[in-house]
Design a binder for this molecule. Structure first.
Ligand SMILES: C[C@H](O)[C@H](O)[C@@H](O)C(=O)CO
Ligand SMILES: [Mn+2]
Length: 417
């Protein structure tokens, strides 16, 4: 049976439930995933005087061949993008600025330091997203930034974030699609705090100063990212979920949920519908925590499918901004991007091929038997045949054929670094 013949058979199975597969594929094509550049070089960046990775995050593994220059990183991203169906976005951090060998402090970064990235994004037909980098820096060495007791340190990071929003605006203007500029800070304490409020008051004040500077929202969207703990902030994180959810709602900003930033039994999928009731947009960093926020490559697990189902069944494909966030240095990094992003797209396809309206109706009728039965049966409906056809139609390798391309790229390019 050919890919097409399998597809036609699968299509019939779905059409019995009123699911228009061709329409689903058209919709899927229009959903961009924001792919995080930092998986390509272990969150190192290109600063002239780089600092060690800090901020309570960590990369484990030492797989050879990581990118060490902007050209190498862009080449690796291009390779991964050639294996992923659809048109996507690339998510940058401030530390990926290109300063021609000049030392430029983070609070001095400007759009011109990202001209090469914008030229590349135009050539590749990509959107760009952005993040100020408030870690891996001497001024973040004690684990505090926007909430630091020292006003000078706070001012430095406030100016860095203000400059970052201008860079996000530049991306949006140049590329015709608004950049999501997301602020995450590592601020917190290793041990039990004697005062949880004061650092949060300082963080609120710093954010107010950052967002007081006007930036054109048609070119830049502001997000704030919470976390429950980091290495060295096990007992208290200033920017908790409650802090940022409140701040975002009160200040009309986007609250970004990272799937690795909650307690092990908490799920981001369960939060999306509530947040969509009160916010126009929600942003995600889809990751895979193992024991803690260890940023493992995203796999097609139940939570990923549930997140996709929440986005699809709430008709929120254009309201939930989907970004990825994982950094695994134990495997080929191009494969990591490819596996994680293909899985995110697969999960969205899976969710679009479920009879969501029928299932809602069953729930409304209290028919929980049929609701459960159908949910379970659709787990083994032939969505893989639809996925294979989609990959073929989008000109990317079908099934595991992409792995051969990564191996060849490793042999010809990565192994020579
Ligand atoms: C590099 C990113 O800013 C970082 O991963 C952040 O998004 C995060 O999730 C920290 O745990
Ligand atoms: Mn994140």
């Amino acid at each position: 049976m050919t890919i097409k013949e399998n597809f036609e058979l699968a299509k019939q199975a779905y059409s019995k439930w009123g699911i228009d597969v061709e329409d689903v594929l058209q919709k899927l094509k229009s959903v961009p995933i924001s792919i995080h550049c930092w998986q390509g070089d272990d969150v190192a960046g290109f600063e002239v005087n780089p600092s060690e990775l800090s901020g309570g995050i960590d990369v484990t593994g030492n797989y050879p061949g990581k990118a060490t220059t902007p050209e190498q990183l862009r080449s690796d991203l291009e390779k991964a993008l050639s294996l992923i169906p659809g048109k996507h976005r690339v998510n940058l951090h401030a530390i990926y600025a290109e300063t021609n060998g000049e030392v430029v402090e983070r609070d001095q970064l400007e759009p011109k330091h990202f001209e090469n990235w914008v030229a590349w994004a135009k050539e590749q037909g990509l959107g760009l997203d952005y993040n100020p980098t408030l870690f891996s820096h001497p001024k973040a060495s004690d684990g505090l930034t926007l909430s630091h007791p020292d006003e000078e340190i706070r001012e430095f990071w406030i100016n860095h974030c203000i400059g970052s929003r201008k860079i996000g605006e530049y991306f949006g203007k140049e590329l015709g699609t608004p950049a999501l500029t997301n602020i995450w800070i590592p601020d917190g304490y290793k041990d039990i705090p004697s005062d949880r409020l004061t650092p949060r008051q300082r963080l609120k004040d710093s954010l107010d100063k950052i967002f007081a500077v006007p930036v054109d929202e048609s070119y830049n969207l502001d997000a704030v990212e919470s976390k429950v703990f980091g290495i060295g902030s096990e007992s208290y994180v200033v920017g908790s979920h409650e802090f940022y959810l409140g701040y975002a709602l009160k200040n009309d900003k986007i609250c970004l949920l990272d799937t690795g930033h909650y307690h092990p039994t908490e799920t981001v999928s369960n939060k999306i519908s509530s947040m969509l009731l009160y916010s126009d947009k929600v942003a995600l960093h889809v990751s895979r925590p193992v024991r803690w926020d260890s940023d493992h490559v995203v796999i097609l697990d139940d939570e990923l499918k549930e997140i996709a189902l929440e986005v699809v069944r709430n008709d929120a494909l254009n309201r939930v901004i989907i970004g990825l966030d994982f950094f695994d240095a134990s495997i080929n990094r191009v494969a990591a991007w490819t596996i994680g992003t293909r899985n995110m797209v697969k999960a969205l396809l899976y969710a679009m091929l479920v009879p969501n309206e029928k299932l809602k109706q069953l729930q409304e009728e209290g028919n929980f038997t049929e609701r459960l039965a159908l949910m379970e049966e659709f787990k083994t409906y032939p969505f893989g045949a639809i996925w294979d056809y989609y990959c073929e139609q989008m000109g990317v390798p079908v099934k595991e054929a992409w792995l051969e391309e990564v191996k060849a790229y490793e042999k010809e390019v990565l192994s020579k670094r």
